[in-house]
Design a binder for this molecule. Structure first.
Ligand code: PMP
Length: 351
């Protein structure tokens, strides 16, 4: 038990699961999937889960996967929580680790699921404006709060805060939980997992959906102090236990075992992103610096919505947000070189 637990978590009597012995044609650039697909070893591992294995329930604790993640990040297994995508991990965090009497702080342009979770769990929040260059202003996350969360790199902007900035925040905010959502960290960011041993109020979430190209498998995780992880386990086990299924556990483990493929594909995405930034700039787009697998950009003279619609006519789907301040921007996922050729051919036609 820790002082960061909410009263709901403290009083929770979790469900204890029974023991389970120890598995188009369109150019789609709108939801930040990875175009390369997972390591071939993932599918091999999934296929080797036999009919007989599938007959049985999965390990409710995902022990093998948790150990794999702990080894990968050089932390203890008690510091790892896994869920069906980082969205589920985040849902559990919102459910039980933020204090309700004070506002949760997050940027006013960020992952749009955060306010949704706030309303679901009745958490008051304060959205703090990004600065003129769309950067998170760390010094504004210091007041009284019920917790702090932001993605690093941020979404949908792609901008990245150095680890020293995260540490600056943790140095002055040790009373409430700070969550760094690192869904896109492998495309050039730096993980804050190295700080979890020093800051018991820090939780870092990551996902296999982006850099490991497993959005369809639904695997995400959190790393932090064992007390925070225990809170998440209590919440999970109070939902009639949502373990990862056998195929997800087996596939996720195999993904971590193919480091070479992971590095190669991340490298390809980063190289293609830099190429896109150059080419968009040459076409009179203003492009925000990105450390993610997408770019956020606005054309200096053309309407974003009209461009998005024109691209769609050519079979290219990008993301346009109908929101104040960013409604002239497009978020474009980095595809393979051939996807990006289709994108640029269409832009050439439209501009
Ligand atoms: N955090 C951020 C910032 C995201 O953009 C996403 C993906 N939309 C997620 C978390 C959730 O990803 P997943 O549930 O696939 O792990």
């Amino acid at each position: 038990m820790s002082r960061f637990w909410s009263p709901i978590v403290k009083d929770l009597v979790p469900y204890v699961p029974g023991e389970q012995p120890k598995l188009s044609k369109l150019t789609k650039l709108n939801t930040n999937e990875n175009p390369y697909g997972p390591s071939p070893k993932v599918l091999e591992a999934i296929k080797s889960e036999s009919n007989d294995a599938l007959r049985l329930y999965p390990d409710p604790n995902s022990d093998v996967l948790k150990n794999t993640i702990a080894n990968y990040h050089n932390v203890n297994v008690e510091q790892v929580f896994v869920g069906n995508g980082s969205d589920e991990v985040l849902a559990h965090i919102f459910h039980g680790l933020f204090q309700h009497g004070k506002p949760l702080l997050f940027p006013d342009i960020t992952y749009s699921f955060y306010p949704v979770y706030c309303s679901l769990y009745q958490i008051p929040f304060e959205a703090i404006p990004l600065d003129e260059s769309f950067q998170v202003r760390i010094e504004e996350y210091r007041g009284i709060n019920g917790g702090i969360i932001f993605p690093n790199p941020n979404a949908p902007t792609g901008s990245f805060l150095a680890l020293a900035e995260i540490e600056r925040l943790l140095a002055v905010n040790n009373e409430t939980v700070v969550v760094i959502d690192e869904a896109y960290v492998d495309f050039g960011g730096e993980t804050a997992i190295s700080l979890v041993d020093r800051y018991p109020n820090l939780l870092v979430t990551q996902t296999l959906s982006k850099s490991r190209s497993l959005a369809g498998l639904r695997v995400g995780y959190a790393v932090g102090h064992p007390d925070l992880i225990e809170a998440l386990e209590r919440i999970k086990n109070s939902f009639n236990s949502y373990p990862l299924d056998r195929l997800a556990q087996a596939g996720a483990v195999a993904s971590f075992e193919d480091q070479e493929y992971f590095e190669q594909t991340c490298h390809s995405v980063i190289a293609e992103r830099e190429e896109m930034v150059q080419r968009l700039g040459a076409m009179d787009f203003q492009v925000l610096p990105s450390k993610a697998n997408f770019v956020f950009c606005r054309h200096r003279s053309r309407e974003a919505l009209a461009l998005a619609e024109g691209l769609r006519e050519d079979g290219v789907i990008v993301r346009h947000f109908d929101k104040p301040r960013i409604n002239q921007y497009l978020r474009i996922t980095v595809g393979r070189p051939e996807d990006n050729e289709v994108l640029f051919a269409s832009l050439q036609r439209l501009l």
